[in-house]
Design a protein around this ligand. Sequence first.
Ligand code: ZN
Length: 454
Amino acid sequence: MKKVALFILSGMSIQVSAQQLPTEAKDVIKSIYTEALGEQQGYKWLHHICTEIGPRPSGSDAANQAAEYTKQMMLDAGADTAWLQPVEVPKWHRGAEWSKAFAGGESVALPTTALGGSVPTPKEGIRAAVVEVGSFEELEALGKEGLEGKIVFYNTYMDHSLISTFNAYGGAVKYRWAGAMEAGKYGAVATVMRSVTLLRDDLPHTGAMSYGESEVKIPTAAISWLAADKLEKMLGDGLVELELFLDCGVQGTAINYNMIADFKGAEKPEEIMLVGGHIDSWDLGQGAQDDGAGCAHAMQVPNLLKKVGYKNNRTIRVVLWANEEFGLDGAKEYARWAKSEGVHHWVAMESDAGGDVPRGFGISADDIRLEQVRTYKELLSPYGLHVFAKGGGGADLGPLRGYDDFFIGYRPESQRYFDFHHSARDNINAIHPRSLEMGAASMSALFYLLDHLE
Ligand SMILES: [Zn+2]
């Protein structure tokens, strides 16, 4: 054991022992990047998933085609086993959808999309006066008197002054999730919201919503950023009515699948190094950034390590989860099964933040493990990896927390991620092959290093 770092923890000095890395480690890492950028296999897989299969919403046949395809690709890449784990999911339906604002004899069509889980409007649509709010506090202040029979317009924003776009998303998404539930309490007949995005364009962005335990279920939709600007201006000039039509809803359940592929380890096959993304997507785009990119990343990890001739000590397991977007059903089912089988995930890494250029990793582990991972910074920083933050993982690893204890979330550059997120813009053109492959190589290089750690 070589002592590679010394650091101070709560006044006590701890020596972090990292593994003795093979002398060729630097060269192996370089060859991983060379292979990824040269062959671009991850991009080829992603291109097929996006353009030949397409959107993969909860309950869709396309989600199952993608599971079948990726299973075959993993077997072709040399997986020892690959199988599909059935998962019961809600079957989401989206048909026609539109809205129109009326004021002073003028009418304006607004690009509109139902939020995931919304009930439909009546066949004749809903027409009512619009009330604008900028927060739940404003909604509450208006109360039943101000909201009954009205359509609530949530003119709410991601806080674009924040550096982390994921933090900005976290602050705004509550209006998407609970906006209809809250407005319904005061007798509103529908809600529309400014799309949760940072791009000022004319595409609406969908995403999951919930009625919670509420008996009252009112239709709810997002309108594009520019449509929200128009509606805001019209409301500033006086009374506005909105007509909303949504043909959508949950139509029972269906079976989708988690794809699980194992590349058996030579020394410690029972220690699993899990790497995954989610195979489902929303239905407006091809789910390239969210989360086809994460699937391609995960599939590339064992593939790239094999291509450069590395024989893994631990078992590398690729998991592509079903239905993350609309209830995390795949992640819950995988965790239930893994716990019942007593599977030990030595580490679990998720990629669900898009396919832009790599920045680093978020790491959830005890302090010693965290510092051990941070010793890799020197080897990985030439490839643009400088974030080795405390705390990380992703939504699909959530159900394993408390059972296992070492989680990593891959962190690519994210300033433009929400331009694409859950909209028609999230298609293969949103992905640059080199950025995607740099990400795949980064995750593979980290797994290569981790596989040497005791
Ligand atoms: Zn996602």
